[in-house]
Design a protein around this ligand. Structure first.
Ligand SMILES: NC(=O)c1ccc[n+]([C@@H]2O[C@H](COP(=O)([O-])OP(=O)(O)OC[C@H]3O[C@@H](n4cnc5c(N)ncnc54)[C@H](O)[C@@H]3O)[C@@H](O)[C@H]2O)c1
Length: 246
């Protein structure tokens, strides 16, 4: 049985991943902030362990991994937050929280997971980045910068830890009708505008990201490391489609 830890696994994209992994026969550690919500989610989910910790708290992260037992075969660094507002008007707290959750968190979780994976000689880490890390969107503070840095970390970990038996990859979701973006897409106007700008002419679903997770963690992907799979209906490549010709 493969074992996985999904950070931010009690809601949104992480909950979809955790559900699919349990259905595929994994045992899943669901790491999230709120005890009641995480325990309630795990009791519905089945073969899972609630791990209550903030990814940016190194002591809590160590304790959560210890509670899960042997290092997971798969760590998904999925927990992430966004703060909305102009870059120069966001508070220092906004800056720090976004960096701590989106960049320090995956670093701390990977650091602990890698030690166990290295002694076993195998493991896989998936970092959930964003198309914002490829083309920064204005109005969301340091979000894009952290996601871009997270993919750089993916590349670094893949070269340091590849020789020790660990694969490390990123998945960059585009406009997904789930999780943190769901409230945004409840506005029909926004939904229509955004979908019409995507080459595949629709928003993505949580399962589109989960399917990329299942592929990357399969035997079929055993030679893939240090990569970012962009799951975005083509929008990242479409800049010229949006520029007037004359
Ligand atoms: N939904 C999208 O359209 C979209 C697009 C691109 C990238 N992403 C990325 O996908 C990931 C999941 O996002 P989502 O849309 O499911 O968001 P979400 O807000 O629905 O879920 C995030 C989960 O992470 C948890 N979390 C937040 N801070 C944490 C911390 N410090 N420690 C542990 N858990 C913490 C939250 O409690 C929540 O359960 C994020 O990294 C996000 O940046 C999402």
């Amino acid at each position: 049985m493969r074992r996985a830890i999904v950070t931010g696994g009690a809601s949104g994209l992480g909950a979809d991943m955790a559900t699919a992994l349990v259905a595929a026969g994994y045992q899943v550690g669901v790491m999230d902030l709120d005890r009641e919500r995480t325990e309630a989610f795990c009791s519905l989910l089945g073969n899972s362990v609630p791990l209550v910790a903030s990814v940016s708290d190194s002591v809590a992260v160590e304790a959560a991994f210890a509670e899960f037992g042997e290092a997971p075969d798969l760590l998904i660094n999925n927990a992430g937050i966004v703060r909305v507002g102009p870059l120069h008007e966001q508070s220092v707290t906004d800056y720090i929280q976004v960096i701590n959750t989106n960049l320090l968190g995956p670093s701390l979780c990977s650091r602990v997971a890698a030690k166990g994976m290295i002694s076993r000689g195998s493991g896989h880490i998936i970092n959930i980045t964003s198309v914002n890390g490829i083309h920064p969107a204005p109005g969301v503070g340091l979000y894009a910068a952290t996601k871009s840095a997270l993919h750089s970390l993916t590349q670094l970990m893949s070269i340091e830890w590849g020789p020790l038996g660990i694969r490390v990859n990123s998945i960059a979701p585009g406009f997904i009708d789930a999780g943190m973006s769901k409230p945004f897409f409840e506005n029909q106007k926004v939904r229509d505008k955004r979908s019409s700008g995507v080459p595949l002419r629709s928003l993505g679903e949580a399962s589109d990201i989960t399917n990329a997770v299942l592929f990357l963690d399969s035997e079929q992907a055993k030679y893939i490391t240090g990569n970012e799979i962009v799951v975005d209906g083509g929008v990242t490549n479409s800049v010229f489609a949006h520029l007037p010709r004359e």
